[in-house]
Design a protein around this ligand. Structure first.
Ligand code: CIR
Length: 261
């Protein structure tokens, strides 16, 4: 069975971290409704959604992806680059414990899950304002026994590696080349975002379909022309918090050895 762990939008989301965006008012009720529709899309794609309650004092806690990297054999708790986000781990530890043994990234390493793009047995890890080389080294050491290779990828101009590139098909990635050198992804066909849609590289591949924001219609058309089936979701309020579609869930298979994405 495929699980998607989510967390309901914090009533404090207006105080979220922002790095590349200007602060704009966030309509909390609308954000909650959009998040609910996102969870419905996860269910439509076969996930059993396990929704954690909102955390009143943790503004960014809806973005659960940043707090853990869940692999088939083990889950790695990150040490988020923004200190304000480090308390988000608590309830996720409780949620993940039944499914995986847990390991943790420790200081001086910092890592946001948004910087980790897994394709098969390779983890591409963004070197960003949130994630550093020490985290790459710790991940490589922790995961080598399971046969994973960890490859650092510098990102520049955006928050996370997965702001710049995500996998959208078994052999294709969607990328904004202004923010990442796609040389690391030589085994993949590269679909480029529309030049007017800089933030459009984040899609969430589940099975054979991609949950994708309605706010990037030109890039969505590019995906569809390349045979990628898009499941549209309106996440405009979460985007004001510098969030995207991968960051609102942790998706994995319950049975060991199954492919998680
Ligand atoms: C932050 O700056 O940490 C949040 N406001 C947004 C995190 C988005 N996470 C993601 O895309 N993986």
């Amino acid at each position: 069975m495929r699980i998607a762990i989510t967390r309901r939008v914090s009533p404090a989301i207006a105080r979220c971290e922002l790095t590349h965006l200007e602060r704009r008012p966030i309509d909390y009720e609308r954000a909650r409704a959009q998040h609910g529709a996102y969870e419905a899309a996860l269910e439509e794609l076969g996930c059993r959604v396990q929704a954690l309650p909102a955390e009143a004092s943790l503004p960014d806690s809806v973005f659960v992806e940043d707090i853990a990297v869940v692999l088939d054999e083990v889950a790695i708790l990150t040490r988020p680059g923004a200190p304000s986000r480090r308390a988000e781990a608590g309830s996720l530890v409780t949620a993940l414990t039944p499914y995986r043994p847990l390991r943790a990234i420790t200081a001086p390493a910092t890592l946001d899950g948004g910087d980790v793009l897994r394709t098969g047995r390779v983890l591409f890890v963004g070197l960003s304002s949130r994630s550093n080389q020490a985290a790459v080294d710790q991940l490589a050491t922790a995961l080598a026994p399971y046969g994973y290779r960890v490859q650092a990828v510098p990102v520049d101009g955006c928050l996370h590696l997965k702001s710049a590139v995500t996998q959208v098909a078994p052999r294709a990635v969607l990328a904004n080349r202004r923010w990442v050198d796609v040389g690391a992804f030589a085994e993949f066909a590269v679909i480029e975002v529309d030049p007017d849609e800089a933030y459009a590289a984040n899609g969430l591949l589940i099975g054979e379909r991609v949950i994708y924001p309605t706010s990037f219609p030109a890039t969505a058309r590019r995906l569809e022309r390349r045979g990628v089936a898009v499941v549209p979701v309106d996440v405009t309020e979460l985007q004001k918090a510098e969030g995207a579609v991968t960051c609102c869930s942790l998706i994995f298979e319950t049975s060991p050895g199954a492919q998680s994405s």
